[in-house]
Design a protein around this ligand. Sequence first.
Ligand code: ZN
Length: 336
Amino acid sequence: MTRCHRSLIVLAVFVSCVLAGCASTPASPPSENAGVRALAPGVFLLRGDYAPPRQPDGNSVVFEGPDGLLVVDTGRHAAHARRLLELAAARGKPVQAVLNTHWHLDHIGNNPALRAAFPRLEVHASAAIDGALVGFLADYRRQLQAQLAGGGDAAARADWQAEIARIDAGAALRPDRVVQADAERMLAGRPRRIGHAADAVTAGDLWLWDAASGVLAAGDLVTLPAPFFDTACPRRWSAELARIEDVPFTTLVPGHGAPMDRDGFRTYRRAFGQLLACADGTAPAADCISGWQRDAAPLLPDPAQAALARDLLAYYFQAVLRGPRAGRHCPVDGSA
Ligand SMILES: [Zn+2]
């Protein structure tokens, strides 16, 4: 059993298996600097890094405004922050605003590094991190400490210690401007539409649509090779995908994986709905998982990704979709 498979404890560790230890790295598209790809004039994608066996970074989307940059999600590792800073230097503009789609560490971990480089920047996010810091992330920190006490090789120990340091950044991870509902905000000098979803992937998720470019940054509401259900309310999540389809975007950037067009998103949404319907029925989990692989096949051209989706979903069926944590992150009022 590999280290990553021993670590199916909590999301942040589990995702390290998903995106670092068990996945192949897709070919990099042409870029202006390492890992950066222009999606539209003034819109850049920094793909989340895959560096086995280290933990992943989520995708970052950078929107250039007249006098500065908006960064949607900051990644986790220092190398990801460095690439964002290099991009800012290449464009000759400061980062004026950060929008975090959700509080998972692969999306907010570099907030402190960007704040240090650009002290005037403002972070916009939902308030859900407050609950996470005393709940999920506090539990995760205890598990990391237990892992450290249990040994591990030098590289693993360094990763665990870095992860604890990220959590201990606390206030520097939190938003300066809380987004509690759908909003239109001027970010980096341009109006941007922000969608807010309560109890979807986390207790508070955001997505951002830039009308000028047609680019929508979806965070982990769209995630490949399979949805990550660790902190999710699946039915609320499904409802949010329906709302996103109503937005006239042309390019959607998922939290992990390659950008997709509208057809790609429809494929994802249909596969997601079929997966939940199957999970609610009596079919064997293996059949539901094969269904996902079949339905999402156009989005999973790499056989290694399809295989990884199978392993992930096997875990989620057992632990979440048909397991003891089913409905745990859904509202208690039954509205899910
Ligand atoms: Zn993520």
